[in-house]
Design a protein around this ligand. Structure first.
Ligand code: ZN
Ligand code: FE
Length: 257
C-alpha cells in the first residue's frame, strides 16, 4: 500500500492511500487535483472517507462521486453530502482489504470522527482530520475543552508507531507555539529543526507519529510540570487540572503570533 499527502488549497493535505489499482482518499476538499493525480497514476477511486463537515474537507465529494462512483463514508452526526454511509464510534469500515476503525473525536466539530487502521504494512495508520495536528490540535469550533481533551487522550493512547495523517500543514506555526510553552524540551528543539528542513525543501512534515506527538505536542503534555507552569504563568487565575491547563493552552494558542 502507498500513502501520499496530496496538497490542496494553501495548507490542506488530501491523503491518498492506494494499492496501485484502487485508491482511497480522505477529506477531499476539492476534486480537480485529486482526479488529475488519480489519472496520472492510473488509479480507480474506490472509497472516500470524511472526518467532519467543513468545506475544505468535503468540497470535492460530489464531483468525485459523480466521476468515479466511489463509495462515501463519513460521520453519522454531521451535516454531510448525501448519500453517505454514516458511521459511529466502534464501527469498522473495510476498504482496499483493510479494516479502519471509527473513533469519535468531538471538539473541532461536534461529530468529528477519525479512522484508525491497526495493521498497514507494519505500522498503524490514523486519519485524524482537524483533531490532532503535529505540534498542535484543532480549534474548538463546536466542542468544549473537556471534549477535545478527551478526544486527544483517546488518540494518544494509540501505539507509538501509529502514523498520524493530519489534514493541514500547520506544523511550523504549531511548533513555534510549542517552543513558547516548553522552551526546555530538547525533543521539541530537535523535531523543530527537522521540520524546518523538510519545509525548506518543500516536503511535508507529515505523517507524524503518536510517539513523537507525545514528546513534543503541548496539547498532549498537559500532565507535564513545565507545561502546567507555562499555562499558569500565562493565565494565573485558570484552573490547574489537566482540562483546565488544556483550555488555557488552546485559548493562548488562538491569539499567539
Ligand atoms: Zn475543519
Ligand atoms: Fe480543515
Amino acid at each position: 500500500m502507498e500513502l501520499f499527502p496530496l496538497p490542496a488549497f494553501t495548507d490542506n493535505y488530501i491523503w491518498v492511500l492506494h494499492d496501485r489499482v484502487r485508491a482511497l482518499v480522505v477529506d477531499p476538499g476539492e476534486a480537480e487535483g485529486v482526479e488529475r493525480w488519480l489519472q496520472q497514476h492510473h488509479l480507480q477511486l474506490d472509497t472516500i472517507l470524511i472526518t467532519h463537515h467543513h468545506a475544505d474537507h468535503t468540497g470535492g465529494v460530489e464531483a468525485l462521486r459523480a466521476a468515479t462512483g466511489a463509495r462515501v463514508v463519513g460521520p453519522a452526526h454531521e451535516p454531510m453530502p448525501e448519500p453517505l454511509e454514516r458511521v459511529v464510534s466502534g464501527d469498522v469500515v473495510t476498504a482496499l482489504d483493510h479494516r479502519f476503525e471509527v473513533i469519535e473525536v468531538p471538539g473541532h466539530t461536534a461529530g468529528h470522527i477519525a479512522f484508525y487502521c491497526a495493521e498497514m504494512d507494519g505500522a498503524p495508520l490514523l486519519f485524524c482530520g482537524d483533531t490532532l495536528f503535529s505540534g498542535g490540535c484543532g480549534r474548538l469550533f463546536e466542542g468544549s475543552p473537556a471534549q477535545m481533551f478527551d478526544s486527544l487522550r483517546r488518540l494518544s493512547a494509540l501505539p507509538d508507531n501509529t502514523r498520524v495523517c493530519c489534514t493541514h500543514e500547520y506544523t511550523l506555526s504549531n511548533l513555534a507555539f510549542a517552543q513558547a510553552v516548553e522552551p526546555g524540551n530538547a525533543d521539541l528543539t530537535r523535531y523543530t529543526a527537522h521540520c524546518e528542513q523538510q519545509r525548506h525543501q518543500n516536503f511535508p512534515t507529515l505523517p507524524s507519529s503518536i510517539g513523537m506527538e507525545k514528546r513534543i505536542n503541548p496539547f498532549l503534555r498537559t500532565h507535564m510540570p513545565e507545561v502546567q507552569q507555562a499555562a499558569s504563568r500565562h493565565e494565573p487565575a485558570a484552573p490547574t487540572d489537566a482540562v483546565g491547563v488544556f483550555a488555557t493552552l488552546r485559548q493562548w494558542k488562538n491569539t499567539y503570533r
